[in-house]
Ligand binder design. Structure first.
Ligand code: GLP
Length: 253
């Protein structure tokens, strides 16, 4: 039904990230030369760290300016103060925003500090901000062991919008070391929906290491199913998987 998704395999995460960062830099420079901002969709987790390091290097050593960039992060834990070291706001500052010249008013993350009755309006406003910015030009994704993109856990429909979700037990276990125990890991998060993500004009999903190999195979080769939200990328006309050899090791040769 769908054409096979593009899968690119690299010798190392760093090599893959040099390629993705070069594409992002080209996009920013081309759009900026035409007087246009570039809208990036950003992800957290360990996976995008080498990409952020390369973007910082391009800024420092090759003069790439992020002033004409607007960003929207995929998700944020609910109930965490933005100053908490494990909040995605802190993560983004520490690993990217503090090291480039992006204007602070141009970086957007869902709020983690919302009362139950504020959630729906906040999520709707996040969607509106993305639309007003012109939509996402380039979306970066990681993949969770449950196959989630953003925090869209199994069962989230393909047309879902930004919303609050309950985190899967596997996702909370994976986050437990960073929080100092599963008891400290929030149970809920706000995430861009699958439908929101699929509206990005270009999507790059990154995955490294053998522990991601089985879920990558399910996402790329398995049926398009809400059991693996990354499989929805098979329906996107410009989505690519950037893998190292470990993450690609369960794919048929
Ligand atoms: C979290 C994030 C996802 C990320 C996933 C994988 O659940 N919300 O966006 O893709 O973790 O994390 P890692 O990159 O550390 O393997």
């Amino acid at each position: 039904m769908f054409r096979p998704i593009s899968v690119l395999v690299f010798d190392s995460p760093e090599a893959a990230c040099r390629e993705i960062a070069a594409q992002i830099a080209r996009l920013i420079r081309e759009r900026s030369a035409a007087g246009l901002a570039t809208v990036l969709g950003l992800a957290t987790g360990n996976t995008p760290l080498p990409l952020y390091q390369e973007l910082i290097r391009l800024h420092r050593e090759e003069g790439l300016s992020f002033q004409p960039v607007v960003s929207f992060n995929l998700d944020e834990y609910l109930g965490l103060d933005p100053k908490h070291p494990e909040s995605y706001r802190s993560f983004m500052r520490r690993n990217l925003f503090d090291h480039i010249d992006m204007l602070s008013e141009n970086s957007h993350l869902p709020s983690g500090m919302l009362a139950e009755e504020e959630i729906a309006a906040h999520c709707a406003a996040y969607e509106t901000k993305i639309v007003r910015a012109g939509g996402i030009d380039f979306q970066i994704l990681g993949i969770g062991r449950t196959g989630h993109i953003g925090f869209n856990e199994p069962g989230t429909p393909i047309d879902s919008r930004t919303q609050s979700i309950h985190l899967d037990e596997i996702t909370r276990q994976d986050a437990a070391p960073a929080f100092g125990g599963i008891g400290q890991v929030p149970e809920q998060a706000i995430t861009m929906g699958c439908g929101t993500i699929l509206e990005a004009r270009r999507i790059a999903l990154l995955a490294w290491g053998e522990k991601k190999a089985d879920i990558v195979r399910d996402a790329v080769k398995g049926p398009v199913t809400d059991k693996v939200s990354a499989s929805f990328l098979q329906t996107h006309p410009a989505a690519s998987f950037y893998l190292d050899r470990g993450a690609a090791s369960a794919l048929p040769a």
